[in-house]
Design a protein around this ligand. Sequence first.
Ligand code: HEC
Ligand code: HEC
Length: 246
Amino acid sequence: MKASILSIALVGVTGIAAISVSYAGPPAPKAAGIESKGYTWNAQQGEKIEALKLKGDKNNGEEAYEVCGACHLPSGAGRPDGTFPQLAGQHTTVLIKQMADTRAGLRDNPTMYPFAVTLTDPQELADVSAYIESLCIPTNHGKYEGADAEQQIAKGRDLYEKQCLECHGKNGEGDKAKFYPVIAGQHYNYLLRQMTEIREGKRRNANPDMVKAIKPYTDDMLVAISAYQASLTMPGAMCAEKASKK
Ligand code: HEC
Ligand code: HEC
């Protein structure tokens, strides 16, 4: 069934990937998000609560992840240009919420939607999330490359510590129980794009408290915070350390 509705071609040309996706199924639904009155962030309903209750099976998850690796790479590392986020080591709660939101049309992601719906049921959501969470976080992700990196990171650190650390943690570790994402190891370009979209109300499943915090930030401030976040490492979760522990 998967093969009949989906075809994906991934052509690597000296590090640049041209990706074409064809899909014959129905378009994503549109659920009422942050733009609508009465929006409750992370409402506990639908397949999400089912998936959160289940114990994920990493082996099944590895199989289900195969289709995901075309964009997010088999390692989960995504792409430094920020087109596809780094996923490895992300909390299962965050993964389940983001996927359920995408499937429900609460987070718009037309590129991934046809693949997100190949996961058959809450058990498969739990399985693929358990597998992804178990992967170590690669350290060769996209960072801020400007000549003023040191200053940007220092400026970003001040900003981050004032308003972001309380939710995303000192090392960018997020909070599994509260659905706050891991930020450590994420690509600079992806961070910048997400924060811009969250500030502008375009990531419709966003947390309203975070939207409030980030609303007054200028583009320059977001550049600095992204530079800082991309420099964070999470003790015990990064690839080199995990490998040497074994
Ligand atoms: C055709 C490419 C593609 C495929 C295949 C794909 N994704 Fe994605 N995925 C994306 C894109 C693009 C984004 C970021 C969307 C955005 O910028 O908001 C994303 C975002 C995500 C996110 C949210 C990450 C975050 O930091 O919030 C999760 C979780 C995710 N994908 C999981 C999966 C899983 C699991 C699969 C396999 C079932 C999968 N993806 C398959 C393209 C893809
Ligand atoms: C009240 C807690 C809270 C605060 C404060 C907060 N965030 Fe968030 N942040 C979240 C949650 C929750 C999400 C995921 C939203 C969702 O889709 O449900 C998120 C998402 C993000 C993302 C996207 C991550 C991804 O994987 O896609 C980035 C980047 C981010 N936050 C950075 C920041 C920065 C920088 C600040 C400070 C200005 C901040 N956040 C303040 C809770 C918070």
